[in-house]
Structure formats: structure tokens, C-alpha cells
Design a protein around this ligand. Sequence first.
Ligand code: PAF
Length: 284
Amino acid sequence: MTEVVRTATDLRARVDAWHRRNEKVALVPTMGYLHNAHIALIEAGRQSCSKSVVSIFVNPKQFGPDDDFERYPRDEQNDLSILAAHQVDLAFLPPVGEIYPSNFSTTIDVPSLTQNLCAIARPGHYSGVATVCAKFFNQCLPDVAVFGEKDYQQLQVIRRMVKDLDIPIEICGVPTVREADGLAISSRNVYLNEEGRARAAQINVILATTAARLTAGHMPPKELAKAHTQLIEKVGAPPEYIELCNAETLAPVEKLTAPARLLTAITVNKTRLIDNWPVMPPAI
Ligand code: PAF
């Protein structure tokens, strides 16, 4: 059985009791509508921790006025049965007022990592993410917090915030979990119709082949232009961006000399999809 708590006080009491018994605690922050990628995060937390906490909170501060906050998929009962089936110890389901009381007024910004990629189309999004994660980290005080690499910019923002603010939590990044055809698993995939879903499966193919060509020594500007054209032709829309960035700083890469990341965002069936692929520099 997964115990459910809805207040930070109850959450902290459970985690404190575990720490007194020398248990290590992993926190997996989620917005619910759980799927296999979330399960992979829970399993990754288990590698190093004996207790697992999953938070489920659709964070209003990370949605813009035109985003899908209202229609974001939610299914609390199903989420709780998934957590129970995977032996998660504790579910934290705070109401909005528990996270943002009426006089709440602090925002965390990580500007060096939020000038490009998704931050352009989603102003304020990563401040919302960093702020809510800082709240969860302080409320829970886990030993490890687990995030997927699918939102690679988010993972880097959290890593930077934890370093900059000396938050004593290890951040564990987990490789993107994919459907059989390679489409990155996302709660938003439910918005896709059959035909859009088939086009969306081309995104990872284009990223993988472009990454392989870059590692083989082909030049980034030309490969990015090619990938841009392929996304239009095969996925059916111009990408919001397709960029090669340094794997840690997310600075644009023109010449590949260090580990990098190839990242894209593209809209299919009015659904904004993101994906990314690791790119190693050519062997010398
Ligand atoms: O990746 C998500 O689901 C959310 O951005 C997170 C990390 C739970 C913060 O609301």
C-alpha cells in the first residue's frame, strides 16, 4: 500500500522517521498521469535508496496563459494504483495552497540555462519548475531526486540550481523511455491522433541519424539544416527549434569537441513534443 499525504508537515514527518532509521529516500517529482517513464524514474531511485516518495502536483507556475494547464491529463485514482503496484512508499499530493499559500512571493531563476531552446516559447516555465522543485526538496529533504532526460533543459536547470544553492541532494538523470517505435513517452502523447502519432515517431529517427552523422565528423551547421528539412518533410511541421548544445551549459555548439545534446521541439496535432539525443564528439 502506498501511503498518501497531502501536507508538507506529514511528508517531512515520514521522511524524518525514515532518516532516523538510516533509510535513504528518493523523491520522484511528477505531474501525475503516470506512465512507464515515471516507473523508470521510480526504479532508478530504488537503485540507491530504500524508500521512495512520488509527488503528484500539476504546477500552475510552469504553465503559460496559452498552455494546457486546465486540460493537462489528470487521473489521481489510477496514479495511486500504479504507485501501489510499484511498491512506492509514499505519495505526496498537495493541494495548490499547500505549495503556494496566498502570500507566496519567491521565484527561482536560472538565467544562464534558460535563454534558448524551450525557454524562448515558454517564458517563465523553468522558473516555475525550479521554484516548485526547490519547494519539494525543502519540504521532503530526500537524499536523491530523480528526473528524466526527456526534458533535458529542465534536468540541467535543476542540476545548476542544486549546485548554486548548495542543496544537499543528489540529482539522478534517467535516459528517456521510449515507445517501441522510439517516440519519447510523454503524458501529452494522449493528445495525438493515429496519423499524428505515426509522424511523431519520425522525430527520434531524425535525431538519432543526425547525432550519428555529427559523431562521424559531419559539420553541425549543415547537419542541423538537413535535420530541420527532414522534420518538415517527415513530421509535417517546421520545428520550433533544432539545436546542438553543450551537454552541461546548453550553449550552442558550432564545432563538436565535447559531449553535446541535439534537442528539438515540434508541434504535431497541436501538441508540443520535445525530444533530445546525446552526441559524442568525433574520436580523434
Ligand atoms: O517534469 C515534470 O513533470 C515537472 O516539470 C516537474 C519536475 C514535476 C515539476 O513540476
